[in-house]
Write a protein that binds this ligand. Structure first.
Ligand SMILES: Cc1cc2nc3c(=O)[nH]c(=O)nc-3n(C[C@H](O)[C@H](O)[C@H](O)COP(=O)(O)OP(=O)(O)OC[C@H]3O[C@@H](n4cnc5c(N)ncnc54)[C@H](O)[C@@H]3O)c2cc1C
Length: 362
């Protein structure tokens, strides 16, 4: 018997057509931005709005730092305070998750057709105002050259972890970034630090079956720990579920144990893994190699606070690096406005080609 043929139905696409990010090679731009974090993105958008051509280069993926945060991280900040480019950010829960933020910034980049070259590492910046040269290397090792009239450095602080400078820190079992608890089930884990990252990692590890010891050089869990995390960690410590040593430091890490210096003397603990979550700092060497100078205190880059132009004419600093070592002073909530400050200055200097650009937008 002949099989009846079904009427032809038009194939329904799995997803709606989407705008794609620009990808064609381009070596000349008005403004080259190093770093595709929330700040770099906000800068590109504001510069485009001011009528200039902006190009972002990032050594990793889009919003690389947020991508590398703990997998199940929940922001402290409510979504509207993370918005850039006047694009609303709404979430069903009061606080956005890391995944919400990744989705949001990706959509914003698409919406504004941000020209971002990802997985390209900016190695050197030479030249001068109106004629900067930027050399990058991509993940295949190929070198690329760009020319730009202006430069914005928005390189963040999350790539370089503060080191403990103790023996054993370079062992494979020692991490400076925490992602997920599963691999550490039924193991002895030491968490070093007393701020958000350490408190959250300790709780997550404990909840997923690790035996957790927390070591902090301070006398207690830091005051700035998220208001819903602090009582949780303090109660786990009180209940003896997480062992905590305050006013204590790690002296040495060995393959099978750690040695602590505590107020009651030296302590040797059995250990499988160590999370040293003691903060991060900007890449001062890279910034210095571009000619940026630093104030002696707190390693803040020298810049005009009104325009964010650094001591190098035509080179701007933006985002968390503006705060130097005080990385808790500038975050997405306030760094997201740096793009507007810089775009306004550029419009004044270069004569903004977009008459609609509001010079008073801050
Ligand atoms: C766990 C955690 C939770 C946080 N929660 C909050 C919160 O709730 N609210 C809030 O406002 N802030 C929060 N922050 C802080 C916030 O994430 C940072 O302040 C913010 O990411 C800084 O943005 P940025 O664009 O300046 O730098 P980043 O987001 O770090 O972006 C810098 C980019 O530069 C790139 N880069 C660096 N060097 C080079 C180079 N040489 N060449 C090419 N690319 C380069 C990096 O790959 C990176 O993508 C949190 C931080 C952490 C670690």
């Amino acid at each position: 018997m002949k099989t009846p043929t079904l009427p032809q139905v038009e194939q329904i696409p799995e997803t709606l057509p989407r705008t794609q990010l620009l990808a064609e090679p381009d070596s000349n731009t008005d403004v080259l931005i190093v770093g595709a974090g929330p700040t770099g993105l906000a800068c590109a958008i504001e510069i485009q709005k001011a009528g200039f051509k902006a190009l972002i280069i990032d050594k990793g993926c889009l919003v690389n730092s947020i991508y590398r945060y703990p997998t199940n991280m929940v922001f402290f900040t409510t979504p509207e305070l993370l918005e850039i480019g006047d694009i609303p950010f709404t979430t069903s829960a009061a606080k956005p998750t890391r995944l919400d933020a990744l989705e949001y910034y990706r959509r914003v980049a698409e919406h504004y057709h941000v020209d971002a070259r990802l997985y390209e590492w900016v190695k050197t910046i030479t030249g001068e105002d109106n004629d900067f040269r930027v050399a990058t290397s991509d993940r295949h090792g190929a070198i690329h050259d760009y020319r730009a009239r202006k430069i914005i450095l928005a390189t963040g602080y999350y790539d370089l972890a503060n080191q403990l400078e103790i023996p054993g820190e370079d062992l494979e079992k020692v991490f400076h970034y925490y992602r997920e608890p599963h691999p550490y089930f039924d193991t002895d884990v030491l968490v070093i630090g007393g701020k958000n990252s350490a408190a959250e990692a300790a709780l997550d590890l404990w909840r997923h079956g690790s035996r957790v010891t927390l070591v902090h050089r301070g006398a207690q869990i830091h005051n700035h720990v998220k208001y819903w995390v602090r009582p949780d960690i303090e109660n786990r410590i009180k209940a003896g579920q997480i062992t905590a040593h305050f006013n204590s430091t790690v002296q040495e890490i060995r393959e099978d144990c750690v040695v602590l210096r505590t107020p009651s003397g030296r302590l040797r603990l059995k250990n499988d893994f160590v999370f040293a979550l003691t903060g991060y700092h900007p890449d001062y060497d890279f910034l210095r190699s571009a000619g940026v100078e630093f104030a002696t205190e707190q390693m803040r880059p020298v810049c005009d606070p009104e325009t964010l132009e650094s001591n190098v004419l035509g080179m701007y600093v933006a985002g968390v690096i503006v705060a130097g070592s005080r990385t808790n002073e500038i975050f997405i909530e306030n760094g997201r406005f740096h793009g507007k400050l810089i775009a306004r200055h550029l419009a004044e200097k270069l004569g903004g080609s977009n008459p609609n650009f509001p010079l008073d937008a801050t």
